[in-house]
Design a binder for this molecule. Structure first.
Ligand SMILES: Nc1ncnc2c1ncn2[C@@H]1O[C@H](COP(=O)(O)OP(=O)(O)OP(=O)(O)O)[C@@H](O)[C@H]1O
Ligand SMILES: [Mg+2]
Length: 507
């Protein structure tokens, strides 16, 4: 085999099958993993990546198939057993207790009797671990105060503290800002240098090109193949292998005439409980026919600002103008906002109810439209749900009766988008709309937003530079709670400055 790996695999999966009801998430999958590699797992939304990795980490049991670890067959009844064998996973959604400290989170579940006595010693040990792996984390800090990047490092520490040799990451960069991604890559390389083996799931092909030493691709539950990263020359080639057809990786921007200003804010300011400003003196406006991107490194105020813009934050000072009417910002949360849709970043917590069917989830933000006296026009809602699923090719095993929980991460995002855009809004506030989406779905969402701007004003909140520069007409960059500059994204010289502006550098 060309560029064949030299040694025996540290991990060998053979004939792995896993079904959820009628859905075959993994079908007869073979996979070899070699010690010391950084192995990328790729595939479209719903291809079965998270399922396969969760089997490796002991969260799911395979219906059929075997796992060999260093040549010996292993069976994991739960994650603790996988971890005891040296395999640990950092999930897409972190599993930390926010009110506890880093050390407490790491010790949690270790089942040690004399927790308090052990605490001081453990803290020292964790500090030492953090230093050795260059993880830069304060073990005495409370988790609720940590950024997403820091929380992720706590998850990594948790695994290292339990002596994990093989670390699995499910879309680790989806929640990170560009500088945090760089930091994570440094950590992953260091882990590899210190003898660990890394498996990571991602949708971002540039990450695969810079980081992976080996690549495996899943498609609709089956293994397409594994190969050395050096065999792939471009993102486009990788995309082709993944999707099985040519993918453009570019969007066309149809010319659209600008219309009236749909939405504008002035002097927006809000403070946290301690009186520190979360954002200050923010002014922006967006017109029909235009995409305005709001960008910045995570933690510079765009999270709370987006909540305020969407009318979800109380006690904001300043003014809001929407469709020709002006409101004091403090009244905006109670103002009628028909015509505005908000697509939140956290679709698990705020955009869907996991236990409910997709029809019920469809009704969630659209109740008013289906109210017929005391009754809902359920059959109509059902028809529209089916249409919304088709519009974005949402892979739902039981159609409209699928519960939100049963959808893969990317498919849930597509569903939320499809639901929100079904009503022909005048203003769309889309927060990280493609995070977790595969390249095909990302292209669809990009094209959708570009098409929506024919009749809507679009406010795109995104930390993804590629996305921002591909879609936006103008880019407002946030730094330390202020919009430090708004530049034209269609002027190459100005566009080139956006990355620097995100770091607070103005010339
Ligand atoms: N707990 C579950 N119950 C029912 N079906 C599930 C469950 N988990 C996953 N599935 C289904 O199994 C298939 C594979 O899902 P999986 O989460 O492994 O995909 P994925 O490749 O990780 O996708 P994504 O890129 O969107 O995260 C999907 O069709 C999904 O709907
Ligand atoms: Mg997944």
């Amino acid at each position: 085999m060309e560029n064949g790996p030299p040694s025996d695999p540290v991990l060998r999966l053979s004939g792995i099958c896993k079904s959820f009801g009628a859905t075959e998430a993994n079908r007869d999958i073979d996979l070899d993993v070699f010690a010391g590699e950084i192995h990328a797992i790729l595939g479209e939304n719903g291809a079965g990546k998270s399922t396969l990795m969760s089997i490796l980490a002991g969260r799911y049991r395979p219906d059929r198939g075997t796992i060999h670890l260093k040549g010996r067959p292993v069976h994991f009844a739960n994650p603790a057993q996988a971890l005891a064998a040296g395999i640990g996973m950092v999930y897409q959604r972190f599993m930390l207790v926010e009110s506890l400290t880093v050390t407490e989170n790491i010790l949690l579940g270790l089942g040690r009797g004399r927790l308090r006595l052990d605490m001081a010693r453990a803290e020292g040990e964790i500090r030492e671990f953090a230093g050795r792996y260059d993880l830069q984390i304060d073990p005495s800090q409370t988790v609720s105060r940590l950024s997403m990047g820091e929380r992720q490092r706590v998850e990594i520490l948790k695994l290292l503290y339990r002596r994990a040799q093989i670390l699995i990451f499910d879309e680790p960069t989806a929640v990170l800002s560009p500088p945090e991604i760089e930091t994570l890559f440094g950590i992953l390389r260091r882990l590899r240098d210190l003898g660990h083996t890394i498996l990571f799931i991602t949708h971002k092909l540039e990450e695969v090109m810079t980081l992976a030493t080996r690549i495996s691709i899943l498609r609709r539950g089956e293994m397409v193949g594994s190969f050395a990263a050096g065999q792939v020359r471009s993102r486009r080639e990788l995309a082709r292998r993944m999707v099985g057809r040519e993918v453009l990786l570019e969007v066309e921007r149809p010319a659209v005439t600008r219309g009236e200003t749909v939405y504008a804010v002035r002097d927006l300011t809000v403070q946290d409980a301690a009186g520190r400003p979360l954002f200050e003196d923010v002014a922006l406006s967006v017109r029909r026919g235009e995409i305005l991107a709001l960008t910045g490194v995570a933690g510079n105020g765009q999270g709370p600002l987006t909540a305020a813009l969407a009318g979800l934050l109380p006690d904001v000072s300043g003014q809001v103008e929407f469709l020709g009417r002006t409101w004091a910002a403090s009244r905006w949360p109670r103002a009628p906002r028909g015509g505005m849709v908000y697509i939140p970043e956290d679709r698990h917590a705020t955009a869907s109810v996991p236990e409910l069917s997709l029809v019920d989830n469809f009704l969630l933000t659209r109740l008013g439209r289906y109210r017929r006296g005391p009754l809902l026009a359920l059959s109509q809602a059902r028809r529209e749900t089916v249409r919304a699923l088709a519009a974005f090719d949402v892979r739902a095993p039981a159609g409209p009766d699928t519960t939100a929980r049963q959808l893969s991460g990317g498919n849930l995002q597509k569903f939320v988008l499809s639901r929100e855009l079904a009503g022909r809004p005048a203003l769309i506030i889309a927060e990280q709309p493609t995070s977790g989406l595969d390249i095909g779905a990302t292209e669809e969402v990009w094209q959708t937003l570009l098409a929506q701007r024919r009749h809507a004003a679009v406010l795109l909140v995104s930390g993804d530079l590629r996305e921002v520069l591909s879609l936006a007409d103008r880019v407002a960059v946030m730094f330390r709670g202020r919009i430090i500059e708004t530049v034209s994204a269609r002027d190459p010289r100005q566009a080139a400055r956006v990355g620097l502006l995100m770091a607070g550098i103005r010339d």
